[in-house]
Write a new protein. Structure first.
Length: 381
């Protein structure tokens, strides 16, 4: 058996697979002994690597005939998302690993494997190039989102619940009683000038605490990504930095932070983690994964204040998840490294006095990228 260990895998999905399915042995790539490894020549590993490719790349990025840089090239260089090339004991050993993938079948039966190229139909006409799963959209979810412009949200709940319900088991994350999360609120409850420390007085602050930093009462609850106007949900984060970042403070702002602990075990619909290991065995399975990725993309989408009408679909997603019996939703933060959680009942958390403090924001970092420009002579509508 030719094997690969967790450290020689770069993709988190590959690491998770080796951790879940691997056995203790010696790694062929780095020659580490007595570590958890898996057979990299197995068909299952082969399909998983191809599914990671399909998840992240559209065909025109690697198909020579479509202007791509080549299939094999994806496994080399700084942009390689699959394996840690630098850990290999030799170029020959790493090349053998890559060839075990690239010399394998690139066209598979729809329900039996993952295809890398779209190929041609029976008449010799080229099929539409494969689009990455990350860039793909669910037709049904797109249609529901469009219908929200002319139909009441509650008339669409059953259709969306049917889609979301397919992931009720695989997307379930249980957080046990006692796990803690963080909230933040701009400002402080009180401030006083301390004159007991010498000639120069200092400002001392008292943070918002308990209900002051908890979920607002329903009549004060504004419309948000997950909640409708007048509906109070508890927004939290897994770490303090993310909680502070999510309230969008400006440099110089004071921010109160609070820690909350779960009173009981909670069931969360987790849009923050990959479910690829449940959907990597075939093209058919990957297509079944697309709606989940679409849901996650909608929830994670950065929406400026001027376009908050787009929250109608994310609020509907939250309504359906709540009706399916979940206590909350988890999704990745766009401004921090942690995870955001929204609990439908604030009573399942209790305030913890420790780490209740006031911080002053020193700086805010912005990241940007250029967008496509309108071109003279372009075809637009």
């Amino acid at each position: 058996m030719k094997s690969i260990c967790i450290e020689c895998a770069k993709s988190q999905d590959l690491k998770n697979y080796i951790n879940r399915q691997g056995v203790v042995g010696d790694c062929t790539i780095c020659q580490a002994a007595t570590v958890k490894v898996t057979d990299y020549e197995s068909n299952e590993f082969f399909q998983l690597v191809k599914s990671i490719l399909r998840l992240n790349y559209s065909e025109w990025e690697y198909n020579h005939h479509l202007g791509g840089d080549g299939y094999e090239g994806l496994f080399y260089g700084g942009n390689n998302i699959f394996f840690n090339e630098s850990r290999s004991v030799s170029d020959e050993v790493y090349e053998d690993l890559v060839l075990s993938i690239t010399e394998g079948e690139v066209y598979e039966d729809y329900d039996k494997g993952v295809s890398v190229f779209a190929g041609y139909d029976e008449g010799g006409v080229q099929n539409m190039p494969l689009v990455s799963i990350e860039s793909s959209y669910s037709y049904d979810i797109t249609k529901i989102s469009s219908r929200l412009k002319s139909e009441n949200y509650f008339d669409l709940e059953n259709e969306l619940k049917e889609i979301i319900g397919k992931y009720s088991t695989s997307a379930l994350t249980v957080y046990p009683k006692g796990v803690h999360f963080y909230r933040a609120r701009i400002g402080a409850a009180d401030k006083k000038r301390n004159i007991g420390g010498g000639f120069e007085a200092e400002w001392h602050f008292q943070p918002f605490s308990k209900d002051e930093i908890g979920a607002p009462p329903p009549h004060f609850a504004s419309s948000g990504r997950i909640n409708r106007l007048g509906v109070s949900f508890m927004y939290c984060a897994t770490d303090k930095y993310t909680a502070i970042s999510e309230v969008r403070p400006h440099p110089g702002d004071l921010v109160s932070t609070g820690k909350f602990s779960l009173r009981r075990d909670v069931r969360v619909f987790d849009l923050s983690r990959s479910l690829l290991l449940d959907f990597f065995h075939s093209d058919e399975a990957l297509d079944e994964y697309i709606p989940f990725k679409h849901l996650a993309r909608l929830i994670n989408q950065v929406v400026p204040p001027s376009e908050r009408q787009h929250y109608s679909i994310t609020q509907l997603i939250a309504d359906c998840i709540r009706q399916l019996g979940f206590d909350g939703i988890a999704f990745r933060s766009s401004v921090g490294e942690g995870i955001n959680l929204v609990f439908f009942q604030s009573s399942i958390l209790e305030f913890a006095a420790e780490e209740n403090e006031v911080v002053r924001v020193q700086q805010v970092k912005y990241e940007y990228e250029p967008v496509l420009m309108i071109e003279e002579g372009g075809i637009y509508h």
